[in-house]
Ligand binder design. Sequence first.
Ligand code: KIV
Length: 305
Amino acid sequence: MAKHVTVLDIQRMRDHGQPIAMLTAYDYPTAKLADEVGIPILLVGDTLGMVVLGYESTIPVTVDDMIHHGAAVVRGTKRAHVVVDMPFGSYQTGWHDALVNATRIMQETGCASVKLEGGQRSAEAVSRIVEAGIPVMGHIGLTPQSVNAVGGFRVQGKTPRDAVHLIADAKALAEAGAYAIVLELVPTALAHMITQRVSIPTIGIGAGPFCSGQVQVQHDILGLYDELRPKHARRFAELGDAYRSAMTDYREAVEAGTFPTAKESFYMDDRALELIKRMAPGPEQDMSMAERVLRELQDVSTRGS
Ligand code: KIV
């Protein structure tokens, strides 16, 4: 059985200058695909609320939502390190609640670590969770759970005062025992400075190329939504178009009667059909339709043999 990526492996990648690719995942099939192509860290982000559940922000996402989706991602994963976000309200009320919820998330999903937002303000919760044996990833810069307090999805740390505060946040998280820190929407130069000033990996999203790794929301890089096009995300595919085209083809085929064909149907012995006719006589047109399909199936099986 393949070994799962651990926090030590992640630290080793950072120490060897090996850029770390992290990607969000919210369900079994896409976790399986990401795992198969070797993405080392899968984040079950609370962006779940926006890209999967259709909310306008991450605020309504609950611990139960995170557990439901986190467990599916873990089931789809053989090698990746799965980190699950602690949603809004699950740690802001004090370190005790934070510990209870982190424990539940780890126990009920089987994930390898949890992530929570905030620097100095979350340091105590981080250290209590880490002391309990649960690895924690920090998250500073734009912290979407505080979007109402910071006035929108905007770049953080642009003034000297805010920048110094962010550096102190990163140091506080590292001291509290976090194994990595997400830097979201931070100017490139500041993200570089933070990366140089802490000894744990920094994982950027909209934080430029000098972080130890990068994280992106899967739906953004796969081009699933036309209306969500963050500047920091590159669209590596246009799956929204691919989905629409395949679903249109399916609808048109059903409506035109060209799906399913005999190839996509199941064979029944003609003697059995005769018997059924006698046991359960039906309207003539039904039986003639059944006979037509049967003849088609027989043609297919004769051609195939
Ligand atoms: O919830 C999430 O997907 C995240 C990433 C944007 C880092 O926290």
